[in-house]
Ligand binder design. Sequence first.
Ligand code: UD1
Ligand code: UDP
Length: 413
Amino acid sequence: MPFLLFNALFKHFFFYLWYLIKFDDSMPVIKLINIVGARPQIIKASAISRAIRNHHSKDINEIIVHTGQHYDKEMSEVFFDELEIHKPHYNLGVGSAGHGRQISLMITGIEDVLLKEKPDCVLLYGDTNSTLAGAVAASKLHFPIIHIEAGLRSFNKIMPEELNRIISDHSSTLLFAPTNAAFKNLMGEGFKPENSPPYSINNPKIYLTGDIMYDNTLFFAGLAEKKKAAFLEHLLLVRDSYILVTIHRDTNTDDIVRLEEIFVTLKAMAEERDIVLVMPLHPRTIVSLKTRLRKLYDELKDCKNIKIIPPVSFLEMILLEKNCRMIVTDSGGVQKESHFFKKPCIVLRNETEWIELVNNGTAKLVGADPARIRNEFNNFMDSHLNLEYPGFYGNGKTAEFILNEILLMFEKE
Ligand code: UD1
Ligand code: UDP
């Protein structure tokens, strides 16, 4: 008898608690769908997931949808494990394909999830095909879109990411621009900072925030030193005596002339300066080298100054960035991380969305031009320039700011 009484009271207590949380006007429960697909989006999502866990676990219900754009263990799963992100609630398993096919499969899969889950909003990151698919699926069904990393532009529409950015921004309701330049780009395209609530796709709100990747770097840098203490030693790398190289951009990997020029020049520089170049390479770069430049690939493997390694985890990457002498890359994320860790950066592209780095003189755009690569490489190695790294990317609490604004949008009048 006392047991039954206790049981009844116990149930009532939890029902009351649930009722309070669910129906308290000041505390809405928002269902947010977080769409990821490519490596950098999983890393970015970890900043948002962490902020939800730490500050909003009661008022935001996060559902993670992975399109499956990246699927190799070291391009996907490793980040969920290491960065403590909830395993995807849905994995659409789309994989690699031509852009049209890949995007259409993603749209179909995302549409099914949205119809089933009926979220309050959909969160998109950056500019990949997964971002675009999320934008099309959500906007057609009239779910409000929140775009993180809004407003970035390379002003080169041949670049697949550029159209993804434009379409995603123009489908969004809340747009979080990480830099002044991105915010100005949005204003240039007609977005009005003075818009007032209620916000919608026809009355969107733009914010100048910071960069959630800066939040991540601050959070994980110390952890990387602790958890991966032996990583550099394991690779036989000495602090400040190696250069970190990443290459994956389609303009470099799919254009065999550019790819060859880049690798031949980097190999020559490594040998001339007798310095180690460590290269965690994206699978598409390895495939291109192996299938189209086999002889060069074998020479690179034999060269004592070049270490080609598989993609590394984010904590390992942070260690490589933090302790290197210089970074050579065509990655968007790695360009910014060079700034976070105060390292000079050579950018193997003709233009960049992170233009403040170039204006600051700490990143140099060289395309794939051997003379320009050589020149900037030597400049950064030789000169004792007093490079400065101002705080372009916020205060490390951008994810919290974004979540507060999302909650405000849903607050009852
Ligand atoms: C994508 C994004 C790019 C982003 C990059 C981050 C688009 C259009 N591009 O480029 O903006 O900078 O992710 O890394 O969305 N592959 C594998 N295993 C994988 C994933 C890919 O082997 O797990 C190979 C496949 O051969 C595939 C190729 O890489 O065809 C390209 O993959 P894809 O996702 O289409 O583009 P990324 O170059 O990764
Ligand atoms: N990164 C990583 N391991 C690697 C290469 C990159 O963890 O082997 C991280 C990197 O630190 C950055 C992000 O992946 O945070 C950048 O992703 P990528 O270069 O693939 O794409 P982009 O930023 O150009 O879209």
